[in-house]
Design a protein around this ligand. Structure first.
Ligand SMILES: *[C@@H]1O[C@H](CO)[C@@H](O)[C@H](O)[C@H]1NC(C)=O
Ligand SMILES: *[C@@H]1O[C@H](CO)[C@@H](O)[C@H](O)[C@H]1NC(C)=O
Ligand SMILES: *[C@@H]1O[C@H](CO)[C@@H](O)[C@H](O)[C@H]1NC(C)=O
Ligand SMILES: *[C@@H]1O[C@H](CO)[C@@H](O)[C@H](O)[C@H]1NC(C)=O
Ligand SMILES: CC(=O)N[C@H]1CO[C@H](CO)[C@@H](O)[C@@H]1O
Length: 378
C-alpha cells in the first residue's frame, strides 16, 4: 500500500498539499516621482522611437527629459496570493516581487501542471509565500504609465505591504506571528527588493535577488531585443484594460531574446510565457536605475542568483568581466560590494540559464539553491 503511494508522488508534481488564498488589499501610499516631458507612446513608430532614444549610446535619455520631481499620492488596490502548507502557516514568510513582463503568476506558473512553480517548491520545503501584482499590472489598480508608475511608487507599495504583513494587519486570512520575513525579487522586482534593503534595512530578515546584477551596460540589449509594441498591437493585451503608453514584446521572439537561453527551455513554455505576458510602463523603464548602486547597511543574509546567459543584466555571459575591469569572478559576485554588512553573501551563476530563471529546465537547480540558502541562513 505504502509502496504504491510512494510511486505516485513523483508522477504528480504540483499536487503537493498547499493552501492558497487570493487577497485584495487597499493601500494608501505616496512617493517622490520624477516629472518627465514625454507623451505616452501610442503607435508602433512612437514606441520604437522611444526605445531608440532611450538607448543612444553616450546619452542619458531619462535625464534629458527630466523636468523635476513631484509627490504622487494615491489609493491602490493590490491583488496578492498567500500560500502555506496544509499543515498551517510556517515560521518564515517569503515576499515575492515579480519583474517586468509578468504578473505574480511568474512565481506560480501553471505550465506542466505547476511543475515549474516556485511557490510549490517553497511551500513543500516549509515556507509560506506572499506574491503580489505590482501597481499597474495584472489584477492590481491601473494608473498613469509615465507620471505615476515609477520605481519610487512601486517601492512605496512594497514597503507598505511589508509593514502590514509584519504587523499582521494585511488581511484576516494572513496571520501575524511569522518570525522571519524574506524578500525575493526577480529582475525589476530585485531592483525594488534591493532598494527596500537600502531605504528600510530592518524590514527584512533575508534577501534573494534573482535575474539581477548591478551592471547597467546591457539594458539596451533588452530594450531593443524585446521588439516592444503598444499593448493595442498585441492580441492578448489589447483588451486587458491597460492605458495607452504600456508596451510589451510584439512576438514570442522578443520574449525568447529577453528571458530564455539557448537549449534551456521547452518551446511550449515559450509560447505560454508569451501568451500570459504582461506589459511595462515607460515610467518604470525610465526609473529602473533608482535605488541601486548605493551600499546598503542590510545586516541579514543575501543570495544573488542569475542565469549564466541572462540578457539584460549579463549581456548573455555573466563570466564576461571586462565590463567591471575584472574586479570580481563574475558579474553576480560583483554585487558583494553592495552589501558590505550582510551576515552571509552568496553569488550563484546558474549554468545555461536565461533571465527568466523560473521558465528554464534549469529552474530545479535555481530553486534548490535558493531554498537551501534560506534553510541554512534564516
Ligand atoms: C487566485 O486568482 C488567480 C488569478 O485570477 C486564479 O488563477 C486562481 O485560481 C485564484 N486562486 C484561488 C485559490 O482562488
Ligand atoms: C484615499 O482614501 C482615503 C480614505 O478613503 C481618503 O481620505 C483619501 O483622500 C484618499 N487619497 C487619495 C489620494 O485619493
Ligand atoms: C557597516 O557597518 C559598519 C560598522 O557598524 C558601519 O560603520 C558602516 O557604516 C556600515 N556600512 C553601511 C554601508 O551601512
Ligand atoms: C554559494 O552557494 C553554493 C551552494 O549553493 C556553493 O556551491 C558556492 O560555493 C557558494 N559560493 C560562495 C562564494 O560562497
Ligand atoms: C521542480 C520539478 O519537479 N521540476 C521537474 C519538471 O519536470 C522536468 C521534466 O519534465 C524535470 O526534469 C524537473 O525536475
Amino acid at each position: 500500500m505504502h509502496l504504491s503511494l510512494l510511486l505516485l508522488v513523483p508522477l504528480l508534481p504540483g499536487s503537493l498539499a498547499r493552501v492558497c488564498q487570493n487577497l485584495t488589499i487597499p493601500i494608501s501610499i505616496s512617493s517622490q516621482n520624477t516629472i518627465f516631458n514625454l507623451q505616452p507612446p501610442s503607435t508602433e513608430i512612437q514606441v520604437t522611437d522611444f526605445f531608440l532614444k532611450a538607448t543612444f549610446q553616450g546619452h542619458d535619455y531619462s535625464a534629458d527629459i527630466k523636468r523635476g520631481y513631484t509627490t504622487i499620492s494615491g489609493n491602490y488596490s493590490i491583488r496578492a496570493t498567500f500560500c502555506h502548507p496544509d499543515t498551517g502557516p510556517t515560521r518564515a514568510l517569503q515576499i515575492l516581487t515579480h519583474g517586468i513582463g509578468f504578473d505574480r503568476s511568474y512565481w506560480d506558473f501553471p505550465f506542466h501542471n505547476y511543475n515549474y512553480s516556485y511557490v510549490d517548491r517553497a511551500v513543500d520545503r516549509g515556507f509560506s509565500t506572499f506574491t503580489w501584482d505590482r501597481p499597474g499590472i495584472g489584477e492590481s489598480s491601473r494608473g498613469d504609465p509615465i507620471s505615476e508608475m515609477q520605481a519610487a511608487l512601486e517601492l512605496a507599495a512594497l514597503v507598505e505591504l511589508t509593514r502590514r504583513l509584519r504587523a499582521g494587519s494585511i488581511s484576516p486570512h494572513v496571520p501575524c506571528g511569522f518570525d522571519a520575513f524574506i524578500h525575493v525579487g526577480h529582475s525589476f522586482g530585485s531592483i525594488l527588493t534591493h532598494a527596500l534593503a537600502g531605504t528600510h534595512p530592518r524590514l527584512s530578515q533575508a534577501l534573494v535577488l534573482t535575474g539581477y546584477t548591478q551592471v547597467p551596460s546591457f539594458m539596451p540589449y533588452f530594450s531593443l531585443g524585446g521588439g516592444f509594441a503598444p499593448v493595442s498591437s498585441i492580441p492578448a493585451l489589447a483588451s486587458a484594460g491597460y492605458p495607452v503608453g504600456y508596451v510589451a514584446p510584439r512576438t514570442s521572439i522578443g520574449v525568447h531574446t529577453n528571458y530564455f537561453a539557448p537549449g534551456d527551455f521547452d518551446p511550449d513554455m515559450l509560447r505560454e510565457v508569451y501568451e500570459r505576458g504582461q506589459p511595462a510602463a515607460p515610467g518604470e523603464l525610465l526609473t529602473l536605475g533608482e535605488g541601486a548602486g548605493v551600499p546598503s547597511s542590510f545586516a541579514g543574509p543575501v543570495l544573488a542568483i542569475t542565469g549564466e546567459h541572462d540578457t539584460p543584466f549579463c549581456g548573455g555571459n555573466c563570466y564576461g568581466t571586462s565590463v567591471i575591469n575584472d574586479r570580481a569572478a563574475n558579474l553576480v559576485q560583483d554585487m558583494a560590494t553592495a552589501f558590505p554588512n550582510a551576515s552571509a553573501f552568496n553569488a550563484t551563476v546558474v549554468p545555461g540559464a536565461g533571465h527568466g530563471l523560473n521558465f528554464g529546465y534549469s529552474h530545479a537547480l535555481a530553486y534548490d539553491t535558493i531554498l537551501s540558502f534560506l534553510e541554512n541562513h534564516v
